[in-house]
Design a protein around this ligand. Structure first.
Ligand code: HEC
Length: 234
């Protein structure tokens, strides 16, 4: 091979690469408009979950007790399996103030958490938007905090969940003697005369964490790959 062919060869290889990776993409993208933020520019009314204090303590209790072994916190990208057809997993289908808030999970949903507790298996329901479902319960007159305490103590005490496979966690509660008026957060369970069952500090922290699980706040269009809402079904 003559040195001239060699130099032409080198020049062509670099030239083609330069055209393909620099010039062509530049020509294609130089006029693109920035992706718009679909919602109004103000963040008023948008819930950005708090991830400090008792909620962060609750996340630890969640991890310590292996809740993540059976509960995910990922509303999957639709190409990997549609979760949005469940009206209450990716958000609420009919939020009174905001309409249909269902969307897929993105990495920023775990911002500020020590661990992204995406979960190991889905024996139980996804908890990404548990807080929203509990809000809906509250609208029906149920106290979400008390509902969770009873569920954690023993899920089967809820008549609708008599065959629940969520393990009971009675060790997060303690029995104590009633002194004066009974505690407002005492569980409706039988205890010896003059005694009541009340949530311990771990149960309280865990419930704060569970109530805070709301991952359906609007995100910029560049982060939201959810399919059009009318494809979500149900
Ligand atoms: C062995 C698997 C398993 C583990 C571990 C587990 N759960 Fe569950 N969980 C389930 C199953 C199954 C259900 C569905 C049945 C029911 O609603 O009780 C459920 C339901 C729930 C629900 C009701 C969700 C809803 O939207 O109806 C909550 C809240 C919950 N679990 C919280 C927890 C917490 C907190 C922990 C850890 C302290 C935990 N679970 C550990 C299996 C598990």
């Amino acid at each position: 091979m003559s040195s001239r062919t060699f130099i032409t060869g080198i020049a062509a290889s670099f030239g083609i690469a330069w055209l393909a990776v620099i010039v062509v993409p530049y020509l294609k993208m130089r006029d693109l408009a920035p992706a718009p933020f679909k919602e109004s520019t103000s963040t008023a009314g948008i819930f950005i979950p708090k991830r400090t204090g008792r909620i962060a303590d609750g996340a630890k209790v969640y991890a310590e007790n292996g809740c993540y072994l059976c509960h995910t916190q990922v509303v999957r990208p639709t190409y990997a399996g549609n979760d949005l057809y469940r009206p209450d997993w990716g958000g609420l289908k009919d939020d009174e103030a905001r309409g249909d808030t269902r969307r897929e999970t993105n990495a920023y949903d775990f911002d500020g958490e020590t661990f992204a507790q995406i979960g190991v298996s889905r024996m139980g329901p996804d908890l990404s938007n548990l807080g929203r479902r509990l809000d809906a319960l509250q609208a029906k007159g149920v106290d979400p905090e008390q509902w969770l305490f009873l569920h954690l103590y023993n899920p089967r005490l809820n008549a609708e969940r008599w065959n629940s496979n969520c393990p009971p966690h009675p060790f997060l509660f303690r029995k104590r003697e009633i002194k004066g008026a009974p505690s407002a957060s005492a569980l409706p369970v039988a205890a010896a005369d003059g005694f009541e069952v009340v949530p311990g500090s771990d149960a309280r922290a865990l419930v704060s964490y569970l109530l805070s699980l709301k991952k359906d706040q609007p995100v910029p269009a560049s982060l939201d790959f959810s399919p059009p809402k009318n494809d979500g079904g149900s």
